[in-house]
Design a protein around this ligand. Sequence first.
Ligand code: PAF
Length: 282
Amino acid sequence: MVLLHSLEALREWQINAGWNNVASGFVPTMGALHEGHASLIRQAKSQCNLVVVSVLVNPTQFNDAKDFDAYPRTLEDDAAKAKAAGADAVFAPMAEDLYGGQPSAKPVHWGVLTHAYEGAHRPGHFDGVVAVVDLLFQAVRPDVAVFGEKDLQQVAIVKRLAEERHPGINVVVGELIRDASGLALSSRNARLSEEGVEQALALSRSLRGLQAAARSEEDWRQALAREREVLANSPGVTLEYLDAVDAASFEPAAPGGAAAVHAVVAAHVEGVRLIDNAPLRT
Ligand code: PAF
């Protein structure tokens, strides 16, 4: 496994490794790798001969400078974990190198897809995600790119980006991984105390409540109203949103339709912003 710090080093490694002649996979990350990332890397490796994992804390997708500063940076540990999961190379460029100067992102207007839910609560976030993923796709040029289902809205946006600008890249979705207690794995969980972890479990409990309601054919709006109330009254939890959406368009879900529907939630616990989701109809 090699660690590559520049576009030139990536290009040279790709030529020597025969990147263009084999099935190539890519897993973009911001580092602080955990079991969720490891499972995406294993998934990429099961489908591809060569796999590149990128590690870059992308400045343009943070709408909160404190969040950017607090984001864990653990490259040595990340490289070891990527290697253990089967990566052939870790690409960890400087942001300025990838962006070709001062990092910046153009506004992207794809309706509710970029401007509702995460887009509404983190203005500019998806502009930065689209900018960096576009640049990473141009640099890495994989056949397959694996993105985690935990960032469900990001998955829908990246699929649209690939359709519009990188039709040769197959965007594959890796399953959301939870710990034994049900907490969705996230690099941000490391910032929660034991009590915070307990409080954060309210999110996955509410999602399970909505799944149970969907199974028993209870009206979603009624179940959503109840679970919003539960979360609003959960100690330590500051709810941003809980809703049921069409997983591809992020339009609010229509009961009775055929499209895949997910419940999506975002909340703050101990100042840490957490998101989670679960399928209600597949
Ligand atoms: O999901 C993430 O970790 C990031 O948004 C991504 C896709 C690596 C872009 O910086």
